[in-house]
Design a binder for this molecule. Structure first.
Ligand code: SAM
Length: 431
């Protein structure tokens, strides 16, 4: 069923006995796991949302994630659309643990500049946002434009203002010399960790693909390296098992780019509950000089054309520097659009983490809306862009909430509602 060269490579990386166990595990059902958005709800509340479906905690992310006993329709769960949680492959959540280790070694948890270079659809990005403090800045980059749009949507659902989404190739980053304290490169790879989930990954695999991927990963790593501060950290990860893309590339980084590997770990299907993953924590040579002092996590209004956003002013110089090198497609939270003298609330304001809406209402009096809790059925109607009947709610713009989280805005006309949900976020009811 699997190519012979793949099995040979696996024996080389994992040893013969383990390779046999991994191959057997690759025929089993994939695991399903979810990670909470701790800025919006607790892990205990997410467990009660899933009820009897909630299973064991993910051992290396036990504070924030757990397995599910079955795969529900996430598309039909309004809490997912409200950014209460993310569906993420369990072994790849180890990036969060490595990130915490990097932060501890840097000796400062605040005012960090962090890059997620290959970020779509946003699994690591949303996890990094959960692990970062509000006074740090995350730059989430994705080179493929259509994937960058999906990334921006997932970032918006997470609801944090201290983030910029960019869509540039890795070659845009060398001019940002020493800019980032930590960079994550979750590299495009030959995808052996996708074999259980996706038959196409098996069909597309070949020894040549592995060699091409390994060479591409080195080009990406060489491009991002100058942007990492001396003494800063690189987290390199793949969802593949072979030595060429994993250990050999880590050795290449250390000897050719100049760093030392503090930790390197494989997650094997059949041994660790997940699809398989490889991650390494590498410290760049040089003395670390803590850059920007932590500034208060305040927010300021930024207007671009008719778009009104909030962004931490402490990072506005960095944002301007970023805009010189990269294509910034989103930054902060888009809270409203100006239409003549009126402000129309932005869909992302509904998704903002608690506290942001109060700050925004202080900065822009008028941008304050009555929350109206809706049932699952009405939430799904809203997400399908159907009209609702809210006779008891105030007329005008209304913030819909589901299980306590902001979901979106409608304009309540009494006999019907007009949805402010962006068309790209509309779901199909039969999904
Ligand atoms: N980090 C993501 C997550 O956790 O959701 C998954 C990233 S996926 C493994 C690798 C990403 O790299 C893809 O989104 C892909 O479009 C992007 N990519 C493809 N070719 C690339 C290149 N030459 N340079 C940088 N990124 C690339």
């Amino acid at each position: 069923m699997f190519p012979a060269e793949f099995i040979n490579g696996l024996r080389d990386s994992a040893g013969a006995a383990r390779a046999e166990r991994i191959v057997a595990a690759l025929s089993a059902e994939p695991e399903v796991s979810v990670r909470v958005n701790p800025l919006k709800m607790t892990c205990a509340a997410l467990r009660s949302h899933f009820g009897t479906m909630a299973g064991d905690p993910v051992p290396w992310a036990s504070e924030e994630a757990f397995y599910l006993r079955a795969r529900p329709s996430f598309t039909r769960d309004p809490l997912f659309h409200a950014g209460g949680y993310y569906v993420q492959e369990a072994s790849s959540m180890y990036v969060g643990a490595l990130f915490d280790r990097a932060v501890a070694a840097l000796g400062r948890a605040s005012g960090l500049r962090v890059l997620d270079l290959c970020a779509a659809p946003g699994g690591k990005t949303t996890q990094l946002l959960s692990h970062l403090d509000g006074m740090s800045l995350l730059v989430a980059n994705e080179v493929v434009p259509a994937r960058a749009t999906v990334l921006a949507d997932n970032v918006a659902r997470w609801g944090c203002p201290n983030v910029a989404v960019t869509s540039s190739g890795p070659s845009a980053f060398p001019p940002l010399h020493g800019f980032f304290d930590v960079a994550v490169v979750d590299a495009p790879c030959s995808g052996e960790g996708m074999f259980r989930k996706d038959a196409r990954a098996v069909a597309e695999w070949s020894p040549d693909t592995v060699r091409l991927c390994a060479a591409r990963q080195r080009r990406i790593l060489a491009d991002v390296w100058p942007a990492v501060a001396p003494g800063g950290f690189l987290i390199y990860s793949t969802c593949t098992f072979n030595r060429l893309e994993d250990e050999d590339n880590v050795a290449w980084i250390c000897s050719n780019l100049g760093g030392s590997c503090l930790e390197m770990r494989h997650f094997w299907p059949g041994e660790d509950r997940g699809e398989g993953f490889f991650a390494a924590l590498i410290r760049k040579d040089g003395d670390y000089a803590a850059g920007v002092p932590a500034a208060p996590a305040s927010l300021a209004i930024l207007e671009k054309g008719s778009l009104v956003k909030v962004f931490p002013p402490a990072w506005s110089r960095e944002l301007a520097r970023l805009e010189k090198s990269c294509k910034v497609i989103a930054s902060g939270i888009a809270v409203a659009t100006r239409k003549g003298r009126d402000l129309v609330p932005g869909a992302d304001l509904a998704l903002a983490v608690p506290g942001i809406r109060t700050v925004v209402a202080d900065l822009l009096p008028g941008l304050s809306y009555e929350p109206v809790a809706v049932s699952r059925e009405d939430a799904l109607r809203f997400l399908s862009k159907e009209s609702l009947l809210l006779p008891d709610a105030p007329r005008g713009y209304v913030l819909l909430t589901f299980e306590g989280l902001g979901l979106g805005f409608v304009k309540n006309l009494g006999s019907r509602t007009n949805s402010l949900l962006p068309p790209s976020r509309r779901i199909r009811m039969q999904a």
